[in-house]
Design a protein around this ligand. Structure first.
Ligand SMILES: [Zn+2]
Length: 211
């Protein structure tokens, strides 16, 4: 077998493998594929809000639009991993506000348009709210308006900034080697006091009191 013949054979083999996995067909060329660049990754109302948001933040933080929830959250429970992962797959948040250099998430903003009043949307929104609550990441819902106001937005965001500054880096559970979550005691001698708890509570009883 000549070298070129060999090369052709292995090429054929490779493209067969690609075809099996649906990576590309023989007929694909850049011009035949139906993908074109959007004028913006944001819709017109999103873009309008984004510009006001940039002004309101005054370079204090980075705005990242349309972030997948899988990139924002990690999953603490190994047994529920796949289910938990599937529940946030294909979901995103409109704007994630991150610390400038570390890109540590500080809080997130959802622009709520009229579709959010529909029942299916409300159910999805409620689940998303819970995901953010579980991870102690504030999610601010802003109704879409014709005109966004820089001052009003600043007033809305400032408390969340202050809160994010105060949020410490969580300690790691000595048993599970995963970040602990901050909770507030609801009753007992320590009522109202904050403490760190293992995400696997009540299976894991590890806790660290916060002074
Ligand atoms: Zn633990």
């Amino acid at each position: 077998m000549t070298q070129s013949r060999q090369a052709k054979n292995s090429e054929g083999c490779l493209s067969l493998i690609f075809k099996l996995f649906g990576l590309f067909g023989d007929e694909d060329t850049a011009t035949s594929l139906p993908y074109r660049r959007r004028d913006s990754i944001l819709t017109a109302p999103e873009r309008e809000f984004y510009l006001v948001l940039l002004k309101a933040l005054e370079d204090k933080a980075m705005v990242i639009p349309k972030v997948g929830l899988q990139d924002v959250f990690f999953i603490t429970d190994k047994e529920k991993y796949q289910t938990a992962r599937n529940r946030i797959a294909q979901r995103h948040v409109d704007f994630l506000i991150c610390e400038n250099h570390t890109l540590r998430p500080l809080f997130a903003i959802e622009l709520d348009d009229r579709s959010h009043n529909e029942a299916t949307h409300q159910k999805r929104d409620a689940f998303k709210n819970l995901v953010f609550e579980a991870a102690l990441l504030p999610l601010i819902r802003v109704p879409v308006k014709h005109k966004f106001d820089v001052d009003a937005l600043q007033k809305l965001l400032t408390p969340h900034f202050d809160q994010a500054e105060k949020t410490d880096v969580p300690p790691v559970c000595p048993n599970h080697k995963i970040p602990m979550v901050r909770k507030t005691a609801r009753h007992g001698d320590f009522k109202g006091k904050d403490f760190w708890s293992c995400p696997n509570y009540p299976t894991c009883k590890e806790l660290i009191n916060i002074e």
